[in-house]
Write a protein that binds this ligand. Structure first.
Ligand code: RTP
Ligand code: MG
Length: 156
């Protein structure tokens, strides 16, 4: 048990509305696969206000929250379950810092530096802990959204 290969981990990755509008989906998926992640599931979905309030509940008291809800409902998002060893930290490292405008200076090779714009419109999301990953994966691929979301369909 203790001498086996390291455990694979799953994380929830999302391409936000600005990423879809900018046609970055294929490029981002190429980076994901090139970086050793497997994409276990994926789908496109238009989130509504209720969905975003739930998904980003930890930020509900922040001053930027109304703006975040507006941004995240401005168009469809593309969500994926990524898997590899150390997936959660590695995906966060690959996307770069929250503020895409700063990322362009400090982390020019990060995904947010390449496809993001500023502190809000940063193109992608990644779970920040094992607990968040479990919650967010079941949010999208469990039954949380089945009654309220507008589905754009799943591949296979
Ligand atoms: P995410 O949850 O989307 O992966 O981003 P993160 O962990 O890097 O940043 P977080 O603090 O969780 O913020 C969630 C999202 O809210 C927007 N935001 N706006 N105007 C602002 O001050 C502000 N701060 C954050 C961003 O879209 C951020 O990704
Ligand atoms: Mg976050």
């Amino acid at each position: 048990l203790s001498h086996g290969s390291p455990e694979k981990e799953k994380t929830l990755a999302m391409i936000k509305p600005d990423g879809l509008f900018g046609n970055y989906t294929d490029e981002i998926k190429r980076v994901i696969l090139h970086s050793g992640f497997s994409i276990l599931k994926e789908m496109s979905i238009q989130l509504n206000e209720v969905n975003v309030r739930l998904f980003y509940a930890e930020h509900s008291k922040k001053s930027f929250f109304p703006s975040l809800v507006k941004y995240m409902t401005s168009g469809p998002v593309f969500v994926m379950i990524l898997e590899k060893v150390n997936a959660i930290a590695d995906w966060r490292a690959l996307i770069g810092p929250t503020d895409a405008s700063k990322a362009k200076v400090t982390h020019p090779d990060s995904i947010r530096a390449i496809c993001g714009l500023d502190l809000e419109r940063n193109c992608v999301h990644g779970s920040d802990s094992p607990q968040s990953a479990a919650r967010e994966i079941s949010f999208f691929f469990g039954d949380t959204l089945s009654s309220v979301g507008t589905w754009f369909g799943e591949p296979d």
